[in-house]
Design a protein around this ligand. Structure first.
Ligand code: HEC
Length: 171
């Protein structure tokens, strides 16, 4: 019993001390003039008002770019890639990969035209995997939404847009 009482008192003291300090700080703040308190508000609002900052240039970590694609572009892989693409990507990148999805248009984004063989030519499969996993600028990341296999399937599917236009050469 005695032990419990001591504990209770100790607890009360502990709980009371920051409370008391806060109350004292408050009374001090209200007694000094309010002009001093105002500048604190400014940085928060100005930071929130700049969502239109241009995205940083896309830089794929070299290590990520070297990761080989473990998924062959089988019919199953491409079908799964298309399924996910139509749900998560087409609104920006367009069903045909032209980069003119309704969301890209309304957000005034200009994603690359995947049909252009040059668009992703210099990006390795590992690099695409990294971009799709991590997102970039307004493009959200797929981590957590998709499994690794799903993301490789997306890589395989995204590649097909350019292949349709220029079927002759591969890789
Ligand atoms: C909100 C719109 C939006 C969505 C949704 C979106 N993207 Fe993007 N994506 C972009 C924009 C904008 C860029 C250009 C980014 C940049 O270079 O700054 C881009 C770039 C890319 C690139 C090009 C990377 C490179 O090397 O140039 C790939 C690949 C890509 N997206 C794949 C996808 C896939 C796959 C999905 C769906 C899982 C997806 N994106 C969803 C807007 C979007």
């Amino acid at each position: 019993m005695l032990g419990q009482k001591i504990l209770l008192v100790a607890l009360l003291l502990f709980a009371a001390s920051p409370f008391v300090q806060q109350a004292q700080a408050k009374s001090r703040a209200t007694s000094t003039n309010s002009a001093q308190a105002q500048p604190q508000k400014k940085p928060a609002t100005s930071a929130e008002q700049t969502p239109q900052t241009p995205p940083e240039p896309l830089v794929i970590p070299p290590d990520a770019a070297k990761v080989p694609n473990p998924e062959k572009p089988t019919a199953q892989s491409l079908a799964n890639g298309k399924h996910r693409y139509d749900i998560d990507c087409a609104m920006c990148h367009g069903t045909e990969g032209d980069g003119k999805g309704f969301l890209a248009v309304s957000m005034k984004l200009s994603p690359p035209d995947f049909r252009d063989p040059k668009a992703l030519k210099s990006t390795t499969d590992g690099g695409l995997f990294w971009v799709i996993s991590n997102g970039h600028g307004p493009m959200l990341n797929e981590k957590g939404r998709a499994s690794k296999k799903d993301i490789w399937d997306l890589v395989n599917y995204v590649r097909t847009f350019a292949e349709k236009k220029a079927p002759a050469k591969s890789k």
